[in-house]
Write a protein that binds this ligand. Structure first.
Ligand SMILES: NC(=O)c1ccc[n+]([C@@H]2O[C@H](COP(=O)([O-])OP(=O)(O)OC[C@H]3O[C@@H](n4cnc5c(N)ncnc54)[C@H](O)[C@@H]3O)[C@@H](O)[C@H]2O)c1
Length: 318
């Protein structure tokens, strides 16, 4: 039986990966420090409600705690790692650059060290589409230059990709960086646009629309992300960098329209200029992951519908 350590296991993507792995019969061990970057009640609920009835081991702790990380690998006899714990959020990273680099880079080094020492078969970790910065060529391909990040968050993810390469080159660790493109869906993050827009529209408050709505994204539904992570966990060897994103470029304006339709209410939009560190467009070239047999299946019409249904139930609003 395969035993997978998921870091950031109480997070949006981590908890969803945990469920999918256990559904197919793998064992999982989670680590999360339940920090308050966003309301930890949601992290607790992912563990207690979303993963209710599942059997897994949870460590409440920090990936920067070298001794704890070592203890987990030693005790749990981990075979594979999905490393997702990080300080996420481009905008917040401008306010806390040291924290972002400490968690995202030094925390990752602790895990890579343990992965080598305990002979981990496969190590998959979260990078981000933000590494593409203000690249003009679209769609963004893994072979494009990504040497000009525009936020501490993006720089920390690029640093992770570089360090991971070292661990493959020197120690032969199988390690893949997954560049996630804007993930959304039920149990999603309260700091991300979909949740903020939903809250604003429900309360009849203005929603902040940056770059006056002239933004586009390959929004990626959580279930598609999970199937992509598992595909890479099962199939990738050596060192690789892989994009994982939806197959349609959607404008922010349409994203909001679909949300309005599902909520049955119009948004009051506050049109604002571009935010520092943010990028106007992220479009994924996903041919590499497609070659491994993966393809995204959920369009925003269905994905947002599922999100709104979850939101109404979780927050008990009509
Ligand atoms: N959601 C997206 O759209 C998106 C896009 C690109 C990249 N990513 C990356 O994917 C990963 C998962 O993102 P998510 O959306 O699930 O975010 P999330 O914040 O919901 O999950 C991350 C989890 O890591 C935990 N964590 C943070 N610092 C920790 C530490 N020092 N020790 C232990 N646990 C810690 C948090 O408590 C949180 O539960 C992150 O690395 C993020 O940067 C996400």
């Amino acid at each position: 039986m395969t035993k997978v350590l998921i870091t950031g296991g109480a997070g949006f993507i981590g908890s969803a990966c945990a469920k999918a792995l256990m559904d197919r019969g793998d064992e999982v061990v989670l680590i999360d420090n339940f920090n308050d970057y966003y309301d930890p009640t949601l992290k607790e609920a992912r563990i207690k409600k979303f993963l209710k009835g599942y059997k897994f081991k949870l460590y409440r702790g920090d990936i920067r705690d070298e001794k704890l990380v070592e203890r987990i690998f030693k005790k749990e006899k981990i075979n594979k790692v999905i490393h997702l714990a990080a300080m996420a959020g481009v905008r917040n990273s401008l306010l806390n650059p040291k924290l972002y680099l400490d968690v995202n880079v030094m925390g990752s080094v602790n895990l890579l060290e343990a992965a080598v020492k305990y002979k981990i078969k496969n190590f998959v970790f979260a990078s981000s589409s933000s590494v593409y910065g203000n690249n003009k060529k679209v769609p963004f391909a893994e072979t494009d230059p990504v040497d000009t990040p525009i936020s501490p968050y993006a720089a920390s993810k690029k640093a992770d990709e570089l360090i991971a390469h070292v661990y493959n080159h020197i120690y032969g660790l199988n390690v893949t960086a997954l560049r996630f493109f804007t993930v959304y869906g039920p149990w999603g993050r309260p700091d991300m646009a979909l949740m903020l827009f939903t809250e604003g529209i429900m309360k009849n408050e203005p929603i902040k629309v940056f770059n006056r709505g002239k933004m586009s994204r390959n929004f990626t539904y959580i279930d598609d992300i999970v199937s992509g992570v598992l595909t890479v966990l099962d199939k990738c060897t050596g060192y690789d960098v892989v994009n994982i994103g939806g197959d349609r470029e959607e404008t922010l304006t349409r994203y909001i329209e679909v949300l309005e339709d599902n909520l049955g209410k119009k948004a009051k939009k506050k049109l604002l200029p571009m935010q520092p560190g943010d990028v106007p467009t992220t479009v994924a070239d996903i041919r590499k992951l497609r070659k491994l047999g993966w393809h995204p299946t959920t369009r925003i019409d269905q994905g947002i519908k599922n999100f709104v249904a979850w939101y109404r139930e979780y927050y008990k609003v009509k």
